[in-house]
Design a protein around this ligand. Structure first.
Ligand code: CUA
Length: 342
């Protein structure tokens, strides 16, 4: 396990960790500076203005506008610098870049189940390449847990019935701690693991080592068929009695209540377990709920499948008996008027 030479400070091993540390040391620095300044002045004044005779009467003090303005404005500027710096870092941290590699994480009492987009599964271990952006899409099967990698300075709750995301780019190969940072029952303290950062080529070999495993998108496609989703949404998500799913992910969806929403992970998950919650404009409440019929991992597979459904632009369509379409590709150009609403 990688350790740091500074006590209590975990090793710094992601593109974000140096920035978080800089902010943290700034906050600590400001705190230490003012603690010393105020206690120093306190002691100095105690001695300088001590009562010298029992009958001494202090000189009355009138207010000073200059002084009061100064000690209001300076702390205001310092506080705002913390706010602006912190907010900037918070946004950077909480917005995963678009080109990130996706990894699915499911927490459960008391383990972390991880699946890569190629199908590779792990428990309490996360293998990642250095120098690549990784986006974690996370949820839990039972209670709230918290996925914490101190060396990367990232930490986020996993919440039942919701997806949370966080991202990182590891910089140094090595093995780092992975913790559950939310008390989740008896073996909370044992809900630990490690993150193994490898050189990209080494990682590709590792990932290729178990190529027989099914990718989440392919598993999701099978679920899509066995659960009967195809009868309304079409075998390739082209739509029918239900809205089209091809090209849906990331797009704006118009709802029957006149609102619109971005089709993100949370929306798709909700539409599977509680289809009536947000009806797409132009469609009736005919879809049954799949709550309890699919596990969190299966929901993630369905999500991966829906994400993989792309609309082929006419110019790129393969004419005739070309190479077999990859799973989840719509063979013919499809319009999305069904879900577009009017
Ligand atoms: Cu899971 Cu604490």
């Amino acid at each position: 396990m990688q350790t740091s030479w500074v006590p209590f400070v975990p090793p710094s091993a992601s593109t974000l960790s140096g920035k978080v540390d800089a902010l943290y040391f700034y906050l600590s620095g400001v705190t230490v500076f003012f603690t010393l300044l105020i206690s120093g002045i306190l002691i100095f004044f105690m001695i300088k203005y001590r009562r010298r005779t029992p009958y001494e009467i202090p000189r009355p003090i009138a207010g000073s506008h200059k002084l009061e303005t100064l000690w209001s404005v300076i702390p205001f500027i310092i506080a705002m610098s913390m706010f602006a710096w912190g907010a900037q870092l918070f946004f950077e941290r909480s917005r995963p870049p678009n080109n990130a590699v996706e990894v699915y994480v499911v927490g459960k009492q008391w383990m972390w189940k991880i699946q890569h987009s190629t199908g590779q599964r792990e428990i309490n271990e996360l293998h990642v390449p250095s120098g690549r952006k990784i986006k974690l899409i996370m949820t839990t099967e039972d209670v709230i847990h918290d996925f914490f990698i101190p060396a990367f300075r990232i930490k986020a709750d996993v919440i039942p019935g919701r997806y949370t995301t966080q991202w990182f780019e590891a910089t140094k190969p090595g093995r780092y701690h992975l913790f559950c940072a939310e008390y989740c029952g008896m073996n909370h303290s044992g809900m630990i693991g490690s993150v193994v950062v490898m050189e990209p080529t080494e990682f590709d070999n590792w990932l290729g080592g178990n190529a027989s495993q099914q990718s989440p998108a392919v598993a999701g496609q099978q679920l899509f068929e066995t659960l009967g989703c195809v009868s309304c949404h079409g075998a390739s998500g082209e739509g029918g009695r239900g809205p089209a799913l091809a090209g849906l992910f990331g797009r704006q969806v118009f709802l029957s209540n006149g609102q619109s929403i971005k089709a993100d992970e949370a929306y798709i998950r909700e539409s599977v377990v509680n289809p009536q919650a947000k009806l797409v404009a132009g469609f009736g409440p005919i879809m049954p709920t799949f709550q309890g019929q699919v596990s969190e991992e299966q929901l993630m597979q369905i999500l991966a499948f829906i994400k993989s459904l792309q609309i082929q632009t006419p110019g790129l369509a393969t004419p005739g008996p070309g190479p077999a379409a990859t799973p989840g590709t719509v063979a013919s150009p499809t319009t999305n008027s069904k879900s577009g609403g009017t």
